[in-house]
Every structure is written in C-alpha cells, then in structure tokens.
Design a protein around this ligand. Structure first.
Ligand SMILES: *Cc1c(COP(=O)(O)O)cnc(C)c1O
Length: 473
C-alpha cells in the first residue's frame, strides 16, 4: 500500500503526463503521423500513456525519472506501433531440450516441406483435380500412395484428417456408433488438452465396455466381454505415462487374433507416428506406428506432427472397406485437411522413402550425437562468458515429449547461464524478449540452454541475442 503522502505525490506526477489530444499536436507526434497512419499512432500513444499513468500510480517514478520517460515518448510510441504490427504467431528458438511440445508447435518442418508449401500455396493447385483425366479428383491421393509405400502394404488404404484426435473420433463414430467398444481399464487415458478416451467414446455415440484392471488386462478379459453389441476392440497407446511393476497387457497381434476369431475389428490409437528405428533411444518397444500400421489391425490412427516430423494431421490406415466407410462419414468433410498440409506431408513422407529422413528436423535432433552437442555448447558458453555472463557446459537429459515416449531420455548437453545482475526469472524474461524469442528452462538458479532442440544454424543467433543489451522499453 502507498502512504497518503505518496498517493498525493503520484496524483501530482500524473498531471505531468501530457493528455493524448495535446500530445498528438506536438511536433514529435506530427513527425510520427507523417510516417504512420493516424489510427495506429493514436492507439499506440494511448497505450503508452495509460501504461505510464499506471506505473506512476504504483509509485514507479520520481519527478526526474518521469521527465526522462516523457522525453522518450516518441521512441516509446514508435516501439509500440512496431509491436502492434508484428504477428502474434512467431518463430521461437526452443532451447528446452523437449523435442515435441504442443505449446511450441510440435515438429518443425523440413526444408523440402517448406519449399513444397511455398510452391503449392503461391498459386492454384490440383488439390481435387485429376491432371490425367481432367476430371474431379480426390484430395487423399496426395498422401495415400506414399503412406502405403511407407508401411509397405499396398492392400491397405489411408486417409488424412486434421489431427490424430479427429482420426480416432472419426474411426469410433464410423464403426461403433450405437454399439459397444471394448477398452482396457489401463488404457482409459487422458492424452492432454482435454482429450480423454472415455469422453471421446461417448461423444462418438459408442458405449464404453471397460475390461481388466488398471494394471493388468488379459486377452481373456476382452474375449469374455464380446457380445452381439460389440463393434470394436480399441487399443490405446499409453502416450504420456508409463506403467511399471505388476502389469500385463496383450500384444496388438493377440487382440487381432481374437478379433479375427470373433469377427470384431481392432482399432489402435497409436499416436506417435514413429517410423524410424528409435528403440535404442529408450522408446517403448511397442510405440512404433509403422509396426502397428503394417499389422492386420482393422484401423490405426497416428499424428503427423509427432515423431513423423511432419505437419499437424491425423493419419488413418487400415482395411480399404473400413477406410471407405470413414471417408463416406459426413463428419470426414468437417475434419479434412487443406492443401498446405498435403504439401508438407508429401515432402515428409518422401524423405523417409528416399532414405533422407535426416533432413527431417525431429529425426535429426533425435539422432544428434551428444558429443557434437557438447562442442556446440562449449562454443556458446565461451561467447557468453565474453559478454559478462557466467556460462558453462553441463550434462542434461533431453526428453521427447508430445506424449510419444514417456520416460525416454536422450543424453544431452546444455549451457548453464546466469548473470551477476539478473535473477533467473529476469534472464528467462529477457530471453523471451529476444527476436526470435528464446525459450529455456531453469534449474537450480541457472538458466539452461539445451542445444539438442536448437538448429545448429541458430547457435550464433542465440549467442548474439543473449548478449545484446536490452531493447528500450
Ligand atoms: C498425441 C496422441 C493423440 C492426439 O493426437 P493429436 O494429433 O494431437 O490430435 C491421440 N492419441 C494418442 C495415443 C496420442 O499419443
């Protein structure tokens, strides 16, 4: 609380601030008005004056420091105009060491995917037009063949929707509306962002038949729950948690065998989109999309922007008759993806088929060897030390994130930074204020910059941005 005398003082000081209308008539304001349209100048000036008034009221100024701030008004207003014209969605540098984060946009795209987007988006394209026949075409052709080649099964079909949640919902709604779906109690998970299997099931119009227990479910549990009402057996990848200890869960193939015997299709919500052999990074043995999609499961869903390293989308593969039914569902139209997604997905799938998956940033980051990361950290630390920071290389663990490989970590290195005149909170704020903003994590009073998730070509930008003096407020 401010004391009475200070309140009077701040009321006095507030009177020192120019009124908006008056200020707009000054020579300085007219100079800005000559360079920018009137609307943004007025809006920015109002915003800056309001901010100053609030700061004065909270006691942030003495008479001299306020006079200095008023002196800087044109600069502050200009900075505000520039800020308001900047897009709010911006590229950031991810120095957290978490490869896939929904908050940071998940997978960065490959250069080939970006080129393809640019090419396709800069004019018209044959999204639903068959160039050979000159007739109307289907947008799925732009991904289906590549997906089938990748999973090595030409006898299957594939379709692409907005994300894996949509693919899963669509599969449930198409195949199990008004019927029962059998799910293990150990798989009634929440994936994140409010995507909970029991709720999605209910919304799809299906009835949930829980079987087994939280930690153990056997094939026999599924078998004894099958009735005339059963439409589907659902298996869900654990995504973001790991079960350890006294646990049991049937393999996908065991469920497929049971389903074949009982005439019930099996659908796996696989999620990860993992293609490459990355079991040696500590990924659970069953968390491989291609393995599931290659199996005889009726349908398998996966995300495009997790370990696949492509654009946000959901990929549904499986029995051609069932995929045809999914395509015919009126909701499929509501979940379809646009040309930009196909453009990026094609390039991403191509990279795998051409044996060039190293060009996909997520794959490159997964495979980056710890020693080369350490060398990059040493260089960055040296340059930050030169700029007045205390910085050294420390060993860390990067995690994959995105609900793909819970518990899996990658040996990595980070630069631990602090500054004698800044708290760790001030330093992370300052990093977020860089252009592009740098997102880091903190640990034991220091800020950690994990370079596994930073593209090597961004290293110098990080060094420069961190050491730069703060931009004027
Ligand atoms: C991530 C994930 C989802 C959701 O995927 P989105 O592409 O974000 O919709 C669904 N199921 C599983 C098993 C997942 O891992």
């Amino acid at each position: 609380m401010l004391k009475q005398s200070e309140l009077e003082n701040s009321a006095d000081l507030c009177r020192e601030l120019p009124q908006l209308g008056r200020w707009l008539e000054t020579a300085e304001a007219r100079e800005l008005l000559a360079r920018f349209p009137r609307g943004p100048v007025v809006e920015a000036a109002r915003c800056v004056l309001d901010r100053l008034r609030n700061e004065v009221k909270s006691g942030a100024y003495m008479r001299e420091s306020l006079a200095a701030a008023i002196e800087r008004l044109p600069k502050l207003v200009e900075a505000e105009i520039e800020k308001s014209g900047r897009p709010t969605l911006r590229r950031v540098i991810n120095a957290t060491g978490v490869l896939l984060q929904t908050n940071l946009g998940r997978a960065p795209l490959s250069k080939a995917a970006i080129r393809n987007i640019q090419e396709v988006a800069s004019g018209y394209c044959n999204l639903e037009f068959d160039l050979a026949s000159g007739e109307r075409g289907r947008r799925d052709v732009h991904a289906e063949e590549l997906i089938l080649r990748l999973i090595g099964r030409q006898d299957r079909a594939a379709t692409v929707v907005n994300n894996c949640a949509a693919a899963t919902f669509l599969a449930l709604n198409t195949l199990a509306e008004s019927g029962e779906v059998i799910v293990s109690r150990g798989e009634l998970v929440e994936i994140g962002g409010g995507f909970r299997i029991p709720e999605i099931l209910r919304k799809s119009g299906a009835t949930l038949r829980e079987v087994g227990t939280t930690n153990r479910t056997r094939v026999a549990d599924y078998a004894s729950a099958i009735t005339a009402e059963t439409r589907l057996i659902l298996r869900v990848h654990h995504s973001n948690f790991r079960m350890e200890g006294f646990t049991e869960r049937p393999e996908l193939d065991e469920l497929i065998a049971l389903g074949a015997e009982a005439g019930v299709p099996v659908f796996e919500d696989q999620g990860t989109g993992c293609v490459a052999q990355i079991a040696n990074f500590g990924l659970e043995a069953d968390s491989n999309w291609v393995r599931s999609a290659t199996s005889d499961a009726a349908l398998v869903s996966a995300s495009g922007d997790k370990l696949l390293g492509g654009p946000q989308c959901g990929i549904l593969t499986g029995d051609p008759n069932l995929i045809a039914r999914v395509r015919a569902n009126p909701l499929a139209r509501a979940f379809r993806v646009d040309k930009l997604t196909y453009a990026a997905l094609q390039a991403t799938l191509h990279a795998y088929l051409a044996g060039e998956e190293e060009t996909i940033p997520v794959v490159a980051m997964l495979r980056a060897d710890a020693e080369s990361i350490r060398q990059r950290c040493d260089k960055l630390a040296a340059s930050l030390c030169g700029a007045g920071f205390a910085a050294d290389t420390v060993a860390t663990s990067s995690v994959i994130g995105g609900g793909t490989a819970p518990g899996a970590t990658l040996t990595s290195f980070a630069v631990a930074v602090n500054h004698p005149e800044m708290s760790e909170a001030e330093l992370t704020t300052r990093l977020r204020d860089c252009d592009p903003p740098i997102i880091a994590r903190t640990h034991q009073g220091r800020v950690l910059l994990d370079l596994r998730t930073v593209a090597p070509e961004d290293d110098t930008a990080v060094a420069r941005a961190v050491s730069l003096p703060r931009r004027p407020e």
